[in-house]
Each structure stands twice: as structure tokens, then as C-alpha cells.
Write a protein that binds this ligand. Structure first.
Ligand code: ACO
Length: 426
């Protein structure tokens, strides 16, 4: 598999340990440290900053160059020529669908959008002001209770069925969370609508008013889902893989991914953008907040700026910016004070030395937060939208792992506690 070898020599030892080095199709080489345990050593890498936890064919990111590829296709091209469901098929199956496969996949997703009638009862147990992510974690995990007959993870058909059910039912459950919060009746899905239209229909229509969905907003929604579809081994995807490595069922695994996504350091950033814009309140206070963002003694950061991986630009943010302009113009809200603050902030940050030097560009969350707000989606639902978009990525990684030989994920540790001691005599 590899001719290259890395040699590890410990201080004071005359012997070195050979570690195989593997090359992927692109990206950095990896050093296989698996053999170190037999030599009485573990590696230490909190936060997995330098650790490849798996081999994967799905997504490639080069943060320095602003590259994001799904199965080799650049995200910008997918956003322009593909749509969310086609990208789901690509992520799951490795290739773009033929026309026939595309229709078959779309029909299968349509067919699975309804949830079991008994699931509606679950919502009665949640307070009206429950955070929608709290409901999502519980209800998505509970889906496994309804499909005992098709939870054999060693069976490819069962895996496919679970994948389609999850992609199809997440928007239905998400919209139910919103309807529950506002006290409106749940809307059944519509099979004559596209994926994104159907979601907006279940969110904003009522039995009294079954309005047509605005195509510009539906397109924006579809693109938001598509741009979030996968991002290789991020925290929630790694969580799904780790849960899946125990043989847990796919609904439980995706629920664990939703839980990991909930954190503000992961899926909660676009919600934080809107909270920040609300806090700024008025254009006259922008300078004050920019000053605070630059002040080393102030923990405040400009939300929606900077990225751990993308250090030049976030390719998703470029696409999102264009959609953001279209949505604000279509809704005629460009002059809304909140959106004016966002625009000014973007302009200042793009021209200010502090942000340019540190490569702090507006990220995907900055624009998606603004678009979702303009569409009328409450901020508490933003991470839920992210979860709908990320579902195909989570399942593709789970499926990739389960379909190949894999080991239970079980990291080791650097123990720093007490050595053995005796229980005090009484
Ligand atoms: N506002 C002001 N200053 C910032 C910001 C910001 N948003 N982000 C980074 N900096 C500064 C840091 O203070 C630091 O300055 P210094 O070199 O003078 O000390 C420098 O830029 C580098 O910052 P790091 O924290 O080392 O960058 P890191 O890569 O670790 O952080 C992160 C990336 C967490 C995204 C950060 O930029 C941030 O907190 N941004 C705001 C939150 C946000 O928008 N998160 C969403 C990310 S996108 C996503 O998850 C899909």
C-alpha cells in the first residue's frame, strides 16, 4: 500500500520505529501510527488537529485554496447546476444520477416525507417554548422505534431505506417543531412540491391558507441545504461515525449528529450572527462593535467572520452572498435596519486592515443567517435547517463506514490522575 516510511526515535533510544506513510488522491500524506500501541506508546492529539480518523472517498477540502469538492465536483458547480436532492444522491452513491435514477430517487424521497401518525403525539409532551433542536434530538432518535423491521445495518437495502427515510422526514419533523412553537396545526407534506418548496409549505402554510411558495425563496432554501450537505470529518459527522462504529442504528446515529451540531461552536454560528446584529441595533454603533472585535481584552468576536479551515475564502460564502442579494431584493427588505447593519459590517470588515491581515472573511453562516431571517425563519430554527442540509452528509459517512471493514471507535488517553492508592481505613 505504501513504500514511504516515517521513522520515530524516542530520546535515549538507539532503535527507531518504522511507521508506514499513505498518500490519498489529493491532500496531505498520513502517517499510520496504529502499530505504536504494540510498542507501548499512544499518540496525543486533542481536538484531532493532525489526526485522520478514517479513509473516505466523499468530500475533499483545501482550506488554504478555498476548495470544497463532493465526490470530486466543486461546490460552486453543484450550487449552479445541481440541486439538493441530486447532491444527496451524489454523496450517497458516489456518482451523479442518470435521468432515470434522479426521478427514482426524488420519488422515493417524496414517498417517505410523511411521519407515522403516532409521532404527532410526541409533540404534546414538549413545552411550547422548547428549543427546536431539543425536539429534533429526541424525535429523530425515536424514529428508530417505528422501523424495527428494517434496521439490519448489514443489509444494503435496509441501509438505503433508512437513508431515504431520514432525508425525507427531517424537513417534516423540523416544520413540526416550528408549528408546535407557534401553536398552528401541523401541515402534511405535499408530493407535488420540490424538496425545498415542500419544506416552506409545511413551515408557513396553514389549512386556511395554502399559498403558492415563492420560487426565489424555494431556490434559496434549496441552495442553503445544498451548501451544508457535507463538510468531511467535522464534529457532528465524526460523532455520527463514532456512534455508528458501535453498530447503533442509523436513526440513533443521526440523532447523535444533531446533538453535536447544536453547539454554538458548530451549527449555532448563524444564530449567533443574528443575535449580534440585534445587539448592534443601529448603524451608528457598528464602529463600537468593530473596535470591540479588535480589542484583545474583549472576548467579543464578529460573528460570521473567519473560519477554522478556510483561510482565504469560504467557497460556500461566495454562492450564498449572491443568493442573499437576490432574496433581499425580491422581498424588498434591503433597507430594513437589520440588513443595512449587515451590509455595512460586511463592507467595513472587507476593507479593514485587521480583518484583511487575519483573513477574516464573511463565512457561510453570515449570509445564511441573513437569508433565513429575511425568509421569516426564526433564529432558533437556524441550526435545525443546518441539520436538514447536513443529513445526507452524515448518512453518506455512516454508510461508507458500515459498508466497509471498520473497527469500533475507541480513542486512548494520556492519564494524569492519581496512581493506585488504598481506600482509607475506617
Ligand atoms: N472577530 C474578530 N477577530 C477574530 C475573529 C472574529 N470573528 N476570528 C478570529 N479573529 C482573530 C483572533 O483574535 C486572532 O487574532 P490574533 O492573531 O491577533 O490573536 C486571529 O483572528 C486568528 O484567530 P483564531 O482564533 O486563531 O482563528 P481560528 O481559526 O482558531 O478560529 C473561528 C476560527 C472559530 C471561526 C473564528 O474566526 C471565530 O470565532 N469566528 C466567529 C464565529 C463564527 O462565525 N463561527 C462560524 C464558523 S463557520 C462554520 O462553522 C460553518
Amino acid at each position: 500500500m505504501s513504500n514511504k516510511v516515517a521513522k520515530l526515535t524516542l530520546d535515549g533510544s538507539t532503535e527507531s520505529i518504522d511507521l508506514p506513510v499513505y498518500s490519498g488522491t489529493i491532500g496531505p500524506d498520513v502517517v499510520d501510527v496504529g502499530g505504536l500501541t504494540a510498542k507501548g506508546l499512544f499518540t496525543y492529539d486533542p481536538g484531532f488537529m493532525s489526526t485522520a480518523s478514517c479513509k473516505s472517498d466523499i468530500t475533499y477540502i483545501d482550506g488554504d485554496k478555498g476548495v470544497l469538492l463532493h465526490r470530486g465536483y466543486p461546490i460552486e458547480q453543484l450550487a449552479e447546476h445541481s440541486d439538493f436532492l441530486e447532491t444527496c444522491f451524489l454523496l450517497l452513491n458516489g456518482e451523479l444520477p442518470t435521468a432515470e435514477e434522479k426521478t427514482g430517487f426524488e420519488n422515493s424521497i417524496r414517498y417517505h416525507t410523511m411521519v407515522h401518525e403516532q409521532l404527532y403525539q410526541f409533540f404534546k409532551g414538549f413545552p411550547r417554548d422548547a428549543h427546536p433542536m431539543a425536539i429534533m434530538v429526541g424525535v429523530v432518535g425515536a424514529l428508530s422505534a417505528f422501523y424495527h423491521d428494517s434496521l439490519d445495518i448489514t443489509n444494503a437495502k435496509d441501509r438505503e431505506l433508512a437513508a431515504h427515510r431520514l432525508i425525507a422526514k427531517l424537513p417534516t419533523i423540523a416544520a413540526m417543531c416550528y408549528k408546535h412553537a407557534v401553536g398552528q396545526p401541523f401541515m402534511y407534506p405535499r408530493n407535488d412540491f420540490s424538496f425545498a418548496e415542500n419544506f416552506l409549505h409545511m413551515m408557513f402554510n396553514t389549512p386556511c391558507e395554502d399559498a403558492k411558495v415563492n420560487p426565489i425563496l424555494a431556490k434559496a432554501m434549496d441552495t442553503i441545504f445544498l451548501l451544508h450537505a457535507d463538510h468531511e470529518q467535522n464534529a457532528s459527522t465524526s460523532t455520527v461515525r463514532l456512534a455508528g462504529s458501535t453498530g447503533a442504528n442509523p436513526f440513533a446515529c443521526i440523532a447523535s449528529g444533531i446533538a453535536a451540531l447544536w453547539g454554538p461552536a458548530h451549527g449555532g454560528a448563524n444564530e449567533a450572527v443574528l443575535n449580534m446584529l440585534d445587539e448592534i441595533q443601529d448603524e451608528s454603533r457598528i464602529e463600537e462593535f468593530i473596535k470591540r472585535a479588535k480589542d484583545k481584552n474583549d472576548p467579543f468576536r464578529l460573528m460570521g467572520f473567519g473560519h477554522r479551515v478556510y483561510k482565504n475564502f469560504d467557497p460556500r460564502a461566495k454562492v450564498m452572498r449572491k443568493i442573499c442579494d437576490e432574496v433581499l431584493e425580491d422581498l424588498g427588505v434591503e433597507n430594513d435596519p437589520l440588513f443595512r447593519i449587515a451590509r455595512r459590517l460586511e463592507k467595513i470588515a472587507l476593507e479593514d486592515e485587521y480583518f484583511i491581515e487575519r483573513k477574516l472573511y464573511p463565512n457561510v453562516d453570515f449570509y445564511s443567517g441573513i437569508i433565513l431571517k429575511a425568509i421569516g425563519i426564526p433564529t432558533s430554527m437556524f441550526t435545525v435547517i443546518f441539520a436538514i442540509g447536513r443529513t445526507p452528509g452524515w448518512i453518506s459517512h455512516w454508510k461508507e463506514m458500515i459498508s466497509n471493514p471498520y473497527k469500533i471507535g475507541r480513542p486512548r488517553q494520556l492519564y494524569t490522575g492519581h496512581t493506585q492508592r488504598d481506600y482509607p481505613a475506617k
